[in-house]
Design a protein around this ligand. Structure first.
Ligand code: NAD
Length: 432
C-alpha cells in the first residue's frame, strides 16, 4: 500500500512514522522546506519522545518531500494531517485542509482513499469529497474517510502504537476494508461509524476532557474559598470508576493546540446552528480566568510588578512537548513585561520556540538555579520533572524573596513550609 501523509506536524509525522514502523512505505509531504530538509537528514522538527529514533530506524521506508505531485499522483491512501487553527470568531480555519483537497484533485491519477485525520467540524469530510470531485483532472474514484486522531503530545508515539481505539467514519464497505487493512498490524479496536459521527466523536471527546479540567479547576477555586483541599477531593472523586482519576489535577488551566481551539470550534458550530452549548461555553470561560489565577494571587503580595525580578519556570503548555500553542506562559509573561517586570525564564525544551516570539524581552537561562538568582517572585507554569524534583531549599537560598506561585501544584505544602518558602498553589490548604 502506498501511503502519503500531508503535513508533518505532531499528528502527520507521528502517524507516518508509526505506519512505517508497522511495515508500510510512507511519503511525508510538507510545504515547510526547512522541516523537510531537517527530516531528510534524519532529524525530527518537533520534540516528541521516541520519534526521531523511529524515523532513523525506518529511514528506508519513509520519503520526505515538498513535491505534492510526487506524493499524491499514485498513492493508494492519502492522509490529511494539516493544521486546523482557530479563526478570530472561534471557528476552525479549514483553508489548509481544502488546499490539500484541491492539490489532490489536480494530481491524483488513480483511485484512492483520502483520510481526513485533522480535527474538522461536522460536514468537512463531505466538503473535501466535493472539492476533489469538482476539481479532479482524471476520472478517478476517490473516497473520503474520517479518521480522527486522539494522541497526546509528549506521548504521541506511544499513543499511536497503542491507541485505545481507531475511529473510522466511512460511507462504503470498500473504504472500511481498505482502512482496516492499513491498520491491520496495530491490533487496536475499531469504532466504525459514518463520517459525520466520526467528526463529532473527536470534538465531543476533546471537549469532555476540557470540561473535566475546568470542572476540577472550579472545584479548586471553591476549595480555596471554603477551606477544603482539592487534592483530597480529586482523590476521593477519582477512585469512583464512573469518574476516573485522570484529568483531575487542578492548575492554571489547559492549553495546547487542541483543547482551546476545539472547545471554541464546537461552541461556534453549535451557535451557527442556533444551539447554545452551555457546558462547553462554561469550560472555555473557566479556563480563560484560570490562566491568570497566579497573577491574581500575587496581588496579595505586590500591587505592581514594576522593577521586580521575576523567575518563570516552564513555558510549554505541558511537560513532554516543545509546543507553546495557547500555553498559560503566553498569557502571563506579556502581562508581567507590560507591568515593568524583569523576567528570566527556563524551560528544558520550550525556550527556542519562545525566543521566536519574545527574542529580547526576557532573559533565557541555562538552569533553574540561574533563573532563580536574586528574584522577588517565581512563577511555575509547567510541571516538568526537573522542576518537580528541584530541591526546595534552593529557592530560599537563591531568591531575594522566596515567594513561589505554583500553577501546577508541584510541591507538598508541608515541604514548602519546612524549607522556608512563601508558597501559593491551586486549591490546597494545610489541614494539620
Ligand atoms: P502542526 O501545526 O504541528 O502541523 C501541521 C503541518 O501541516 C505543518 O508542518 C504545516 O507546514 C503543514 N502543512 C500546511 N499546509 C500543507 C499542505 N498544503 N501540504 C502539506 N503540508 C501542509 O499541526 P498538528 O498539531 O499536527 O495538528 C494537525 C491536526 O491534527 C489539527 O487539526 C489538530 O487539531 C489535530 N490534532 C492534533 C493533536 C495534537 O496533539 N497536536 C492531536 C489530535 C489531533
Amino acid at each position: 500500500m502506498k501511503i502519503s501523509v500531508a503535513g508533518t506536524g505532531y499528528v502527520g509525522l507521528v502517524t507516518a512514522v508509526c505506519l512505517a514502523e508497522k511495515g508500510n512505505i510512507v511519503t511525508c509531504l510538507d510545504i515547510d522546506m526547512g522541516k523537510i530538509a531537517l527530516m531528510q537528514k534524519g532529524f525530527s522538527p518537533i520534540f516528541e519522545p521516541k520519534l526521531e529514533e523511529l524515523m532513523q530506524k525506518n529511514r528506508d521506508n519513509i520519503v520526505y518531500t515538498s513535491d505534492y505531485i510526487m506524493a499524491y499522483r499514485d498513492a493508494d491512501v492519502i492522509i490529511i494531517g494539516v493544521g486546523t487553527p482557530e479563526k478570530k470568531d472561534g471557528s476552525a480555519n479549514l483553508k489548509y485542509v481544502f488546499e490539500v483537497a484541491k492539490q489532490i484533485a489536480e494530481t491524483v491519477e488513480r483511485d484512492c482513499i483520502v483520510i481526513v485525520k485533522s480535527t474538522v467540524p461536522v460536514g468537512t469530510n463531505d466538503k473535501v469529497e466535493q472539492i476533489i470531485k469538482e476539481n479532479r483532472k482524471c476520472k478517478v474514484n476517490i473516497e473520503v474517510v474520517s479518521n480522527p486522531e486522539f494522541l497526546s503530545q509528549g506521548t504521541a508515539v506511544q499513543d499511536t502504537l497503542n491507541a485505545t481505539r481507531i475511529v473510522l467514519g466511512v460511507e462504503s464497505q470498500k473504504a472500511e476494508s481498505i482502512l482496516k487493512q492499513m491498520y491491520s498490524q496495530f491490533e487496536i479496536p475499531f469504532v466504525i461509524t459514518d463520517r459525520r459521527s466520526a467528526e463529532m466523536i473527536k470534538y465531543a471527546a476533546n471537549d469532555f476532557l476540557a470540561l473535566k479540567i475546568s470542572y476540577i479547576n472550579e472545584m479548586a477555586n471553591l476549595c480555596e474559598i471554603v477551606g477544603a483541599n482539592i487534592e483530597d477531593v480529586a482523590k476521593g472523586m477519582g477512585m469512583d470508576p464512573r469518574i476516573g482519576d485522570r484529568f483531575l489535577n487542578a492548575g492554571i488551566g489547559y492549553g495546547g493546540s487542541c483543547f482551546p481551539k476545539d472547545t471554541k470550534a464546537l461552541h461556534w458550530l453549535a451557535s451557527f446552528n442556533d444551539y447554545e452549548l452551555k457546558t462547553v461555553k462554561a469550560a472555555i470561560e473557566v479556563n480563560e480566568n484560570q490562566k491568570i489565577k497566579l497573577i491574581k494571587k500575587s496581588k496579595k503580595y505586590f500591587d505592581s510588578f514594576k522593577g521586580l525580578n521575576i523567575a518563570v519556570l516552564g513555558l510549554t503548555f505541558k511537560p513532554g512537548t516543545d509546543d507553546l500553542r495557547d500555553a498559560p506562559s503566553l498569557v502571563n509573561i506579556p502581562l508581567l513585561i507590560e507591568d515593568g517586570a524583569n523576567v528570566k525564564a527556563w524551560d528544558p525544551v520550550g525556550m527556542d520556540n519562545f525566543r521566536k516570539i519574545y527574542p529580547d524581552e526576557i532573559k533565557y537561562c541555562n538552569s533553574i538555579e540561574e533563573t532563580l538568582i536574586d528574584t522577588d517572585i517565581c512563577f511555575i507554569f509547567t510541571e516538568w520533572p526537573e522542576i518537580k524534583n528541584f530541591k526546595l531549599e534552593k529557592f530560599t537560598r537563591l531568591m531575594k524573596n522566596p515567594l513561589v506561585l505554583d500553577g501546577r501544584n508541584c510541591y507538598s505544602l508541608d515541604e514548602a513550609e519546612k524549607r522556608g518558602l512563601i508558597y501559593e498553589s491551586i486549591g490546597r490548604r494545610k489541614v494539620f
